[in-house]
Design a protein around this ligand. Sequence first.
Ligand code: FAD
Length: 483
Amino acid sequence: MPTTAIIGGGFSGTLAAVNLARLAKTPHRVVVINSGRPFGRGTAYGTTRNEHLLNVAARNMSAFPDHPSHFFEWLRSRCDFDAVDDATLRETFIPRRIYGDYVRGLAAHYLGPADPRSNVQCEVIEDVAIDIEPRGASQTAQPDGGKGGIVTLENGEPIEAESIVLATGNQPPAGLPGANRLANDSRYCGNPWMNWHENLPADDKHIVILGTGLTAVDVIVTLRHKGWCGKVTAISRNGMLPQRHFRGIEWPHAVPDDGQSRSLKELAQLIQQDCQRLRGASQNPAIAVDKLRSRTQQLWKALTLDERKLFLKKYAADWNVIRHRIAGPIHDAITDALDCGQLTIRPATIQSLTAGEDGIEIHLVGREGQEKMIEGDLVINCTGPKSRFSDSNLPLYRNLFERGLAKPDEMDMGIAVSDDFEVLDANDQASPFMHAIGPILKGTLWESIAVPELRQQSFHVAQSILHQEPVEIPTKDTLEYCI
Ligand SMILES: Cc1cc2nc3c(=O)[nH]c(=O)nc-3n(C[C@H](O)[C@H](O)[C@H](O)COP(=O)(O)OP(=O)(O)OC[C@H]3O[C@@H](n4cnc5c(N)ncnc54)[C@H](O)[C@@H]3O)c2cc1C
């Protein structure tokens, strides 16, 4: 029986396994290797807190590209939403832990031993994959003869597989200068997914959040949910908080879909002009970015490397704030925290952290170059995942790069893959047995983070592993709000 080993059991890895089970016509063994975050839930949907909401409306959160209303239909099976009418439920931002139940439920349904008709036999192993070596001498693409790899685990027996899927998600946060000396200091939390909220300081104390993105928002919302009344300062270079979702309008695309390739300069001009037109019509300029969603990957791939680098330097911060918006109730909580003076946003660059007597000292440089130190009784690192891959601390990638079986993408934001998600080796050859999906494709695709893209990838890779002709599912032009 052919074996597929999937490394990572978050949304991407779980859905790759589930799609193998849905599509396999002959017996197939699937081994999911996962550690760190709960299987089936991963980083985003492993939260147990009800106040953490999805930032995509329910109607666009189906796990299956070939069954777009699947999540909505699943929600209808829960009594929690009996009183909510269909139209409202479609537009609702559901708690992420419920979404975790959905994905975990799919795994139980498709991968569990209950169905004797299933062609897939699945095993989930709690362990860390640290290396992959090619199986046998010949790695040329023969029909399954000899191709494949062996996954080395930190603790368990090696796993031999004909196909391997890398679905490891984002890298852990990059360490901040001085943070390694705070590893045993209970006043510092380097991982925002830990249960830091179980030991909050007293209400007259000060919590400092490093970062002002979606993870920082999670922390602020939890502090308010717990009724913690102390002061909070959130620091980031640009000092920008995520914006609120809104109901959009019908609007033409800023960039005509005419097959013409355009330089970054031309694209920026077209988008900026569209934003002006939207403002002139008293509409939110974010509509210009939303309308590009289904073509963002294509536009990104058509840019030169220099243009992609320039985009990162010049436009990415603004793009991210506009693109990754938050649900209305979450935005209300943040606005309340700002209005009542509980929350202060400080635009500054973090220089270093040190353990002081009265708190963790954060050394900053402000926008005008002035140096400053502030103290936090609890400091939480929400600066987001480490982005560079070439100096990754993860043994799996260090070993894959060293063996030449994989290489960082040109932007050094993930690993290089072909258009069919085959991992590219050091000589740019597509691996005959390894695929990669999820946020590790960000440098190649830019838009490779959220469920609407990841469900496509896991479906496509499952078809590829099973040698089935990929069925392209037409994506309906997404409505221009809450995507
Ligand atoms: C807080 C947050 C909220 C989000 N909200 C939304 C939303 O509302 N809507 C939306 O569409 N998207 C959202 N996203 C985007 C989200 O990243 C994706 O939807 C999805 O969770 C990514 O899944 P993944 O499986 O690729 O990665 P992950 O969820 O990170 O899963 C990867 C798993 O692999 C494990 N792993 C890594 N390396 C190894 C190894 N070597 N060996 C074994 N195991 C390993 C990790 O520990 C983890 O368990 C959110 C993201 C975050 C962080």
